[in-house]
Design a protein around this ligand. Structure first.
Ligand code: GLA
Length: 511
């Protein structure tokens, strides 16, 4: 008991002494600091702290890349103990991160916490403000038409790591996904590409060659493995200095990186604008993408070129000219009805820009990721097929249910997506209606008709045969989700479609 009292008295004495010290006796931390933390995959994460100390109050901002900063709040430094808060992201999706550290001369030992848990531990050192300047702007090539690479005559089909794994994807996952692609029957149904999205990148070596990080020990061996399964493999980069997840981009290394991908044996590149926006204007996307289109052709290896710039600058009007086989038309999809249907049902006005070898890309599939019902996932698959969209599964193929597998491998629906003519979809229904009727003429005289219900309750959806050029004909009408022919006579066909559901038909005139 006595020792406890002694301790308390001593603590009070020393802390009184400590807090009595004038803060001016401490280092003034005004200036730029580079807070470095190892990412665990061999890279180092930099967060630049631009701080201003006024007495005990600290204001300023943090930046993880040039031109993108977030203000700090609640900043205080007292007797060498620094505390501040950063709210990343926009409401309501803000992430509050608190930072606590100790200042010792030109070094701040810092820990960040999010949702009460420690996130990053590291040391911040004083930095030269030039680190925050974007790299010097490279001259852009004059525009020309990049020769068609002859690939993707039908929309690419495969799998991509981002929707399910994001930054966690590694070599083993990719190998297992290739295995599952075969064992699940997806390969037999037409899926080919195993695409690694962002976060595979490591630093550049002394010669400027891009390396993979610790999650991917040997890219060539991985490509060989995927090829040994009869599949093809895809990779990801950005025309900017950094990718969207903050990894090394291809800026200033375009041809060198294309050559590396070809030497490793890659068959597909997704090229994501990201930090290129800090150097170029959106209206300069065409020459920037052309540079990589040329570089890929020059490798001599057939590499599908996937443009990802979220549909800016009317990419559908120039995507093919830069050698693009597909181009994203929207912002990122999410695994929920609102996001999926919002994207899927807003693509009709630009449908006319598709043709074999060159496709609109309304983003990858979320089927099987758990945020929608199987009814909604059938709508996702049907809608993407009516749009002739790339079918890039984004779920864990190793663990998918039979129901999800049935949706992804429905060959009759896939045949609509993969129709060799690549004829654009047409919306027949009123744009305001929640009953959406779509038509897509198919090779050989059949036509695909989608009866969609965007409403939250079941409703009847009707197609008039005269609207799809099928009046006064004897028709074979096949329901592609029931896998059965359905009786059809008269001038129209009506189906009662469940909420958020679809009835997808292949209509064939018999004579
Ligand atoms: C962007 C793209 C996504 C994904 C991530 C990776 O958000 O649109 O599809 O590639 O970057 O960082």
């Amino acid at each position: 008991m006595r020792s406890q009292v002694t301790k308390t008295v001593l603590w009070a004495f020393f802390s009184a002494l400590f807090f009595a010290l004038p803060s001016s006796a401490q280092t003034n931390i005004t200036g730029l600091w580079d807070f470095q933390t190892p990412t665990g995959d061999g890279n180092v994460h930099h967060l630049y702290l631009d701080l201003k100390q006024d007495g005990q109050t600290v204001t300023g901002k943090v930046s993880f890349e040039p031109n993108r900063s977030v203000p700090i709040s609640d900043g205080i430094v007292r007797n060498g103990a620094l505390h501040f808060v950063v709210n990343f992201g926009r409401p309501p999706r803000t992430r509050r991160v608190t930072y606590d550290g100790t200042v010792k001369g030109d070094k701040i030992t810092l820990t960040s916490r999010s949702v009460g848990r420690p996130e990053m531990n590291g040391v911040a050192m004083r930095a030269n403000p030039s680190v925050l300047l974007p790299p010097a702007r490279l001259p852009l090539p004059a525009l020309h038409n990049v020769a068609d690479n002859g690939l993707a005559r039908t929309p690419p089909m495969g799998w991509n790591s981002w929707n399910k794994f994001a930054g966690k994807v590694n070599d083993q996952d990719v190998r297992e996904m290739a295995d599952a692609m075969v064992s699940s029957g997806m390969k037999a149904a037409g899926y080919v590409y195993i695409n690694i999205d962002d976060t595979w990148e490591g630093p550049r070596d002394a010669n400027g060659n891009i390396t993979s990080n610790l999650k991917f020990p040997n890219m060539k061996a991985l490509a060989d493995y995927v090829h040994s399964k009869g599949l093809k493999i895809g990779i990801y980069s950005s025309p900017g200095p950094q990718t969207c997840a903050g990894y090394e981009g291809s800026y200033g290394h375009e041809q060198q990186d294309a050559d590396t991908y070809a030497a490793w044996g890659f068959d597909y590149l997704k090229y994501d604008w990201c930090s290129a926006g800090e150097i170029y204007k959106n209206t300069e996307m065409q020459p920037v993408y052309q540079k990589m289109g040329d570089a890929l052709l020059k490798t001599g290896r057939p590499i599908v070129f996937s443009l990802c710039q979220y549909g800016e600058d009317d990419v559908w009007t120039w995507g093919a000219k830069v050698g693009g086989n597909l181009w994203r038309t929207t912002d990122d999809i999410q695994d929920n009805w609102k996001a999926m249907s919002g994207i899927g049902f807003s693509q009709f006005d630009i449908a006319k820009y598709i043709r074999p070898g060159h496709w609109n890309d309304p983003d990858m599939l979320e089927i099987g990721n758990g945020g929608m019902t199987n009814e909604e996932y059938r709508t996702h698959m049907s809608l993407w097929s009516m749009l002739a969209a790339p079918l890039l599964a984004g779920n864990d193929l190793r663990t998918m249910s039979e129901g999800i597998k049935d949706i992804l491998t429905n060959r009759e629906v896939i045949a609509i997506d993969q129709d060799p003519d690549g004829t654009p979809v047409r919306r027949i229904s009123d744009p305001e209606s929640t009953a959406v009727v779509l038509e897509r003429p198919l090779h050989g005289g059949s036509t695909a008709v989608g009866l969609f219900n965007k409403a939250d309750h079941p409703q009847d959806v009707t197609v008039q045969w005269s609207d799809v050029g099928m009046s006064n004909k004897t028709l074979k009408v096949r329901d592609l989700w029931k896998h059965a022919d359905v009786p059809a006579s008269g001038a129209s066909y009506t189906a009662t479609v469940p909420a958020h559901g679809v009835v997808l038909l292949r209509v064939t005139p018999l004579h």
